[in-house]
Design a protein. Sequence first.
Lengths: 337, 323
Amino acid sequence: MTGVEPILSVEGLSLAVPRGRTAMLPILENVSFSVGQGEILGIVGESGSGKSLTALTIMGLIDIPGARVTGSVRFRGRELVGLSQRAFRPLRGREIAMIFQDPMTAFTPVYTIGWQIDEQIRAHSRVSRAEARARTVRLLGDMGVPDPERAAGRYPHQLSGGLRQRAMIAMALSCNPSLLIADEPTTALDVTVQAQILELLRSLRRDYGSSVLLITHDMGVVAQTCDSTLVLYAGNLAERGPTEALFARPGHPYTAALLDSIPPLHGVRPSRLPSIGGAPPSPASRPPGCPFAPRCVHDHPACHDSRPPVVREGRQDVACVLPGEGRSLPLRLREAV
Amino acid sequence: MAETLLSARSLRKDYRLPRGQRLRAVDDVSLDVHAGEVLGVVGESGCGKSTLGRCLLRLTEASAGSLTFEGHDITGLSERALRPVRQRMQMVFQDSYASLNPRRRIGDLLAEPLRVHPDAHGRRRDMRAIEARLAELVDLVGLTPDALARYPHEFSGGQRQRINIARALALSPRLIVADEPVSALDVSIQAQIVNLFADLQARLGLTYVFIAHDLAVVRQISTRVAVMYLGAVVELGATDDVLHAPAHPYTSALIAAVPEPVVRADKLMPSLRGDVPSPVNPPPGCRFHTRCPVARPVCGQDAPTLRAVPDGRQVACHFPLAG
């Protein structure tokens, strides 16, 4: 964590949606984290873990009727939970920008890329068309789009996936936001293009001083890009801490098992992959205790009564009872490649 | 030397596009699949790996080239004549949900191939034989017998992929072509399914063509690997050779671009600039020369052919890095 005051500070964020007439179904439960100035924080989890909904909740974009958001989201000291849509509008795009997995659906197909970025610039600042276009072309160039002037005049479908994602990032950065939320920005891209986009995201901190909240399912992407990492499981925090420490010595059995289940690209090929049995619970079938307990090899009675407390373990915060019982997880062996 | 189960020679697949353009999805691919091996096929999107997989089973008709299965030329066989062969070669697809009719029960879905095809003696299978086989199948893929009475939507993605595998196994095939069978699954589930593929192979003596974009997954399961770029195989050899000491600069760049779940001081750096060129207008000469870090003038003129290098693997490069 760099800087004194975090850009974004999320405290006990919960999201529940109505189920039937009276019941509320918890989707996110008590999630806390912060993003410092110029920091890249990765939120990682499997499908259904709540990582995308965390981003949408922060952005005030949950439009499920009757949904209840509790807890606190402070952005540069300002509380966002409960903010009206009207008050949100100047923030979105200008202060907090978001990029999505599929740039094809995020751009409208009927206008050129340049038109759409110009519009975004002109919506938030009083500049002429010519000034806006000049800024657009400069941004596209900065994002590594070859021949940016020509690219600005093209329609989304005329660009490759990698170029569309660069254009999308250019649009997100057009108003110099202090926080960029990137939701699976490289998932639809091939690895050779993904490596380019990840390098671009890392360079944003240097060139634009941006803080980035990177949402991904890929532990490799997190390891290569993020300063700190938050692991979500079934809408709950499993573990949070500096990426290096978390990967070298995961404190939560879920993090450890997740890392083990990824086949290695180098070193010894295991004859069998260590896998996690079963599947994550749906929001309606989360157990009352630790949500990971039914799949955990360390499952024991202490895991079953209530959500485990978040405790300090090494350099991480871990939602598990093991550290409190003096039974920390061992150092990962696979690290030694 | 193991028996050659399936052999493709100069396989080509062209798609006609508007305005007289042509997309060559598979360009002159020749390869052998040996009995009992797992041949991994890797490459980025649009490299033609899925089209190749479909052409190998004649689910898509190749534009040119020949196919031999168990020593018999199956290139020109009519659909009718192909039927008995089809029992011995099956496919598993990426989208486990789209592959299963949502309105039919699992038991019904698994029984269909058994009803359509006769048994080993050429006779129709009776109800009892089918039920016995269904029980075996669910057990093979690690599901419980009550799965047979349920519908596809009642299962998670990983379980649905188990059902697809069971259906592919119903007729006891020798060859299974699996096209990105685990890429839609979360990693914790992916590991279960990769293990299942490996277990079934060992237990039933199966042969796989395992198509995936994920190098680590392919490395985990494959004995040999074919790397494709813009429709052509650029490197083919033993998994450990190809992935540990790549000979083709593209293979090397592909490996270098994989973000590994390990934190090192030196972060992942882009190994290649730009995107894959359009397969509609592939570059002249070596199709990789526009992005190749070691390209020389000759690469833009002469297309290298896939040829054997001393260590036994095949490489399509004028200046291979290893071998």
